[in-house]
Design a protein around this ligand. Structure first.
Ligand SMILES: [Fe+2]
Length: 270
């Protein structure tokens, strides 16, 4: 069981199955740490402006068109005047939501709303090193929309990405698209990328919580003082964070807004 506080509310989840806790290894210290030497290296994340305003409006418009077309392919019936953050009114049950999610994940960066090089250049500037949106382990160049309905358990549990194979050495992006605010945006435990595994108990494999199966293992206990923050990047903002940080568990506490964000990872150019 994991219990933590978000926006002064208690959040609890029960993850099924066997649990494990690693030893004194610090996974980050065996990897390429793209936060190293940055003013934000100690906490492991930073919020920056993404583009100049003109470019962002284009990005916003293209993103909406892409989402509507993908939702259409999943069979959702979409009113002409739909606002993206009212998604939960059309995907009003788990089945509809899961078929939509299936269309909005693992998208090729060639379908990204603007040329991916614009993002690569901007994030390379922020990380002070040349980065590409291509995973050197599986050669995939993909991005995902993360969609969390209000009053739902659509959000994944607290985890490190690097507990999954093939996410070592990268840097993560969270780009808010709709309904992302102080009650819904991604949560992070600052500094946890430098913790040894021994401080965390987690599920052995992908978590199962209230019947929902997640790819990522879930944190089930933390034996360390910690705080959970919502850095909450604004419109035309980007949250850049280490995949070694504990993050997720970002319950959407809004009453009538779906939270939509883009998730994208970049690696050092070889
Ligand atoms: Fe993650």
């Amino acid at each position: 069981m994991m219990e933590y506080h978000l926006n002064k509310k208690k959040v609890v989840y029960h993850a099924e199955g066997s649990k494990t806790s690693g030893g004194e290894r610090i996974l980050l210290h065996e990897a390429i740490d793209l936060t190293n030497g940055k003013p934000w290296g100690k906490k492991g994340y930073v919020v920056h402006q993404l583009f100049r305003e003109t470019s962002f409006e284009k990005f916003e418009g293209e993103t909406k068109q892409l989402l509507l077309s993908l939702w259409g392919k999943s069979g959702l019936s979409i009113p002409n005047d739909i606002q993206l953050d009212h998604y939960h009114t059309i995907a009003f049950n788990k089945t509809l939501h899961l078929s939509a999610v299936d269309k909005t994940k693992l998208l090729s960066v060639s379908d990204f709303p603007i040329p991916i090089s614009e993002i690569e250049n901007r994030i390379s500037e922020i990380c002070e090193t040349s980065l590409v949106a291509k995973n050197p382990f599986d050669k995939q160049s993909v991005f995902h929309f993360r969609v969390v309905r209000p009053n739902s358990n659509d959000n994944n549990p607290l985890h490190r990405d690097v507990w999954l194979e093939d996410y070592a050495n990268c840097i993560n992006l969270y780009i808010p698209v709709a309904g992302s605010n102080e009650l819904s945006s991604l949560t992070i435990i600052p500094g946890s990328h430098h913790w040894p595994e021994s401080k965390i108990e987690r599920t052995q494999g992908g978590a199962i919580i209230e019947g929902t199966k997640f790819n990522v293992p879930a944190v089930t206990r933390i034996s360390e003082e910690y705080e959970i923050v919502r850095p909450n990047p604004q419109r035309n903002g980007v949250l850049v964070f280490s995949p070694y940080l504990i993050h997720g568990g970002a319950v959407n506490l809004n009453h009538n807004q779906t939270r939509i964000s883009i998730e994208l990872r970049l690696w050092k150019k070889s």
